[in-house]
Write a new protein. Structure first.
Length: 485
């Protein structure tokens, strides 16, 4: 439909309504005039007969004069009112020839934006839950893996589009509406692909046929994780003593959270056994899936502590060569800046020298965060570097990977509360790390993942603890993720 046609419709509608209102008013005026004018009279004939006619005729004439105008007035008003109501209803429900709603019935930008954000969160949860449950299948088949990979690709594209949208691309209103519709479409497609494979996945798991075996596998994983959680607590204490509380802040409280989830899993596994003993298969499957979700999240928390235990020593070992490489970069930049004293290059060189001096003091002062030290070295020297020191890229890679993994763990274990903004920044950080990035992209990935963590923390503080779903989610999309069996 062309814009001229869209603009013309309201004028025609108003014109037709105005004509009908004029008709109604004219009818009422005619009826009123008819009532006020005297009725027709004829000269009486001489005699008694004429006198009698003169007495009876006014009553009959007055009655006729009253009835007909009133009928005409009521009819005119009724016709005009009916036409007005019918026209209004047709205008509100009009569709284009293709069956799409009229432009004034389509969702506005605010509605599209809200819907796209909600779907990003939902689709991200579908994918995360599907990936988690797939880990409880001893030998997953290719069809389930393929459906999950396809859903992940659709979701990654949706997040990429959303990041560009948040960055102001495109700028025009029509383009931004189209982009939001595209995000919604990709999220829905991700859910559709998971829904399509849900029935086949249920056959693969075979929970109804071998519920006892599934319970046994979940309990074995639970016992292993219980042992790892105790060890993670000891590891975290040692890391804090060696590197300081700032270095272990990304996993602060994770061991306690893991223990809480294991307690929840214990309760659900016991309930699943009781339901299975009563031959209540569907409730038992639901309780099993709730226990599996708690075990998977506890494992994510413990993994984060164990990963940090590897990252901190690796970063500490990289700090001295990173300092040497940074000094090489500064020396080269100072040579290139010879002959132009007092320019911007001198300001950047002075800043880089100051950063390296501060880092050296921290190393001598005692416990320090080696990942943060590498971050400061890289950010301080990159503005003057020309790439001659390859160790800086190695340091930037370690920093970006660590911050992205930390944000990933935080979002995964608080997905009931974390919104679309944090997930979008995290997805963009993952995308940058997967593209073989240079120094600039690595710095961007680090900044995005740290921003994602901050946004997730804000959501958690505002949302509090997420309520337990009445039906635990399972592999699938919007139509199947809440099924019992």
């Amino acid at each position: 439909m062309t814009p001229s046609l869209i603009r013309g419709r309201p004028r025609r509608a108003k014109g037709q309504i105005s004509v009908r209102l004029l008709i109604a008013v004219a009818g009422v005026l005619v009826a009123t005039v008819w009532l006020l004018l005297p009725g027709p009279s004829s000269a009486p004939e001489p005699g008694v007969a004429a006198g009698a006619a003169a007495q009876e005729e006014p009553a009959e004439t007055s009655t006729g004069d009253l009835v007909l105008p009133l009928v005409a007035a009521v009819a005119a008003v009724a016709v005009a009112g009916y036409a007005y109501v019918r026209r209004t209803r047709r205008t509100r429900t009009r569709t284009t020839p293709g069956g799409a709603p009229a432009p004034d019935a389509s969702p506005g930008p605010a509605d599209l934006d809200e819907r796209s954000q909600a779907l990003l969160v939902e689709a991200d949860n579908w994918v995360r839950v599907s990936r988690e449950e797939l880990t409880f299948v001893p030998s997953p088949d290719e069809s389930a893996e393929r459906a999950l990979r396809e859903a992940e690709r659709e979701l990654a594209s949706a997040f990429r589009i959303r990041q560009r949208y948040d960055d102001g691309v495109p700028e025009d209103d029509a383009g931004r509406r189209q982009v939001l519709a595209g995000i919604i479409g990709r999220c829905e497609e991700a859910g559709r692909r998971l829904d399509t494979e849900a029935a086949g996945f249920d056959q693969l798991r075979g929970l109804e046929a071998d519920l006892a075996g599934a319970l046994g596998a979940a309990e074995a994983r639970f016992r292993e994780l219980t042992s790892r959680t105790g060890a993670a607590g000891t590891t975290l204490t040692e890391l804090t003593k060696r590197y300081g509380p700032t270095a272990t802040a990304p996993v602060s409280g994770y061991v306690e959270q893991a223990k809480d989830r294991l307690v929840f899993a214990t309760s659900r596994l016991n309930e699943a056994h009781q339901s299975a003993d009563r031959d209540e298969t569907d409730p038992a499957i639901g309780q099993l899936r709730a226990a599996e979700t708690a075990v998977a999240q506890a494992e994510t928390l413990v993994d984060a502590v164990e990963r940090l235990a590897e990252e901190l020593p690796a970063a500490a070992a990289l700090v001295p060569p990173a300092l040497t490489g940074a000094e090489t970069e500064i020396a080269g930049a100072r040579e290139r800046a010879t002959g132009t004293p007092g320019g911007p290059a001198d300001v950047r060189l002075a800043h880089a020298d100051g950063v390296l001096s501060d880092v050296r003091e921290e190393l001598l002062a005692g416990p320090y965060d080696p990942v943060e030290a590498l971050r400061r070295i890289v950010r301080g020297v990159v503005p003057v570097a020309d790439g001659r020191a390859g160790v800086l890229r190695t340091a930037a890679w370690l920093v970006a990977r660590a911050s992205t993994a930390a944000a990933e763990s935080h979002v995964a274990t608080h997905r009931g509360t974390v919104g679309s903004a944090a997930r979008t920044r995290l997805a963009e950080s993952r995308r940058l790390l997967a593209t073989g990035p240079g120094l600039t992209d690595l710095l961007t990935a680090d900044a995005l993942s740290r921003r994602a963590r901050d946004l997730a923390e804000q959501d958690i503080r505002l949302g509090g603890a997420a309520p337990e779903p009445s039906v635990p989610l399972s592999f699938g999309g919007p139509r199947t993720c809440g099924r019992r069996g």
